[in-house]
Ligand binder design. Sequence first.
Ligand code: G6P
Ligand code: ZN
Length: 542
Amino acid sequence: MIRTVPTAPYKDQKPGTSGLRKKVPVFAQENYAENFIQSIFDSLEGFQGKMLVIGGDGRYYNREVIQKALKMAAAAGFGKVMVGQGGILSTPAASNIIRKYKAFGGIVLSASHNPGGPNEDFGIKYNIGNGGPAPEKITEAIFERSKIIGEYRIVDAPDVDLDMLGSFELAGMTVEVIDPVADYAELMESLFDFGAIRSLISGGFRVVMDSMGAVTGPYAKEIIETRLGAPAGSVRNATPLPDFGGHHPDPNLVHAKELYDDVMSTDGPDFGAASDGDGDRNMVVGKDMFVTPSDSLAIIAANARCAPGYAKGIAGIARSMPTSAAADRVAEKLGIGIYETPTGWKYFGNLMDAGKVTVCGEESFGTGSDHVREKDGLWAILFWLNIIAARKESVAEIVRSHWAEYGRNYYSRHDYEEVDTDAANGLMEGLRAKLSILPGQSFGDLKVAAADDFSYTDPIDGSVSTKQGIRILFEGGSRVVFRLSGTGTSGATLRVYVERYEPDASRHGIETQAALADLIAAADEIAEIKTRTGRSAPTVIT
Ligand code: G6P
Ligand code: ZN
């Protein structure tokens, strides 16, 4: 029944920050997906007879690739595959299934927050047995294999009915089609005080969630509407669509603007939240208060004991380097460890596995904990609801009292998208060349205290990651960080992260861009952004 198919390698199957991401027409080329899946299997050892988890965010091409992956897993010798009904598994739910059922690993089909559709993005990512993204050692092996692959193996069998729950046999391998939501909802219920959140909602607190036509729809409906009692319709855009209804499923002030405007309107809901294509990002807004992802991490960490799953306290916090230092002040007060890692969720895995950190966060709308090994959008949203229910305060009250206690880290990210690649590289090289002469220089009232190119030594396995972003630190705790995006698909994206620490509570009500104006001007002067990119303003400000 196993057919060996000769194939020719593609040269561009190098997995990025989160797996292999390409446009659908690229994936639809002859044997393109098959080559990559076989390269994954060829790079792994010891999975004979073991279990694999497969699921995706429901985007265009999801079902086709799942059928291929199932038949190739059978040919490779896996004993069983657990696959989400309809081919659906959010990224955090897939991570949970891998861990809970002790799978060998999992294949997650997603291009995260990138648009979906016949001419949009698709992606394949491999996760290891701890439920987290494969480390570089494995992704590099996959890439090396993909460059020389000469054949792949697949069983000849009819397609598996992905819509019917139950166990089926596929050429000697068991395929179990599972409810994608049940295990995840149970996990959330074990971590958070659903009773308190239910009372909050039945008391009139109005919650809305925008699933952006993507994977969290069924999860949010089950948890927020069915289990927590929010009225039907509280979860918007709740049906996962192959093209996300034409939306860009990225929860931020640009793409989730409708939700934001609704929450800010006079009669709007008390709490708004959104998640991305595959369910791992989150955005939280309350009346008159947008919570920056950096503040969200700090506030969740400071209030973690409100949630039953974290009642014993947290072991430590990790944040990516460009994420604001708000969490550092919480860690200091709690007397726990704080870790600063390069951008990318995968850097948190070792710290969580070693028990050094419990909660992690990134400025790029990612927050999560060691309950799984991916960031988790709904988890963050439920954590906020739990904190609100426990403290009986609004989002704005919680955020303002946090600032009053710890000081406020004003924070903004300016993105320059689709910049000419040479110009962007030139800008970064220009900065590197200046690092040694910047300390001591002044830009208006700002004096540079230190400047470096961030490098990270993993405290667990000793691996070193260099060139992870240029940091310019000013006296008093303000800073600007420059980095090129690792996830863009065309040209280069320059990200400029701007942060000012303000301890004085009487100065916590300033509009963010105004509070950061001198740092923004200094960033331009130091990096020569306008002259080098030819851009007079950022494309996106968050
Ligand atoms: C993905 C990863 C995140 C990371 C982000 C960075 O979303 O899952 O862990 O923070 O990419 O993206 P960038 O475009 O800044 O490299
Ligand atoms: Zn995502």
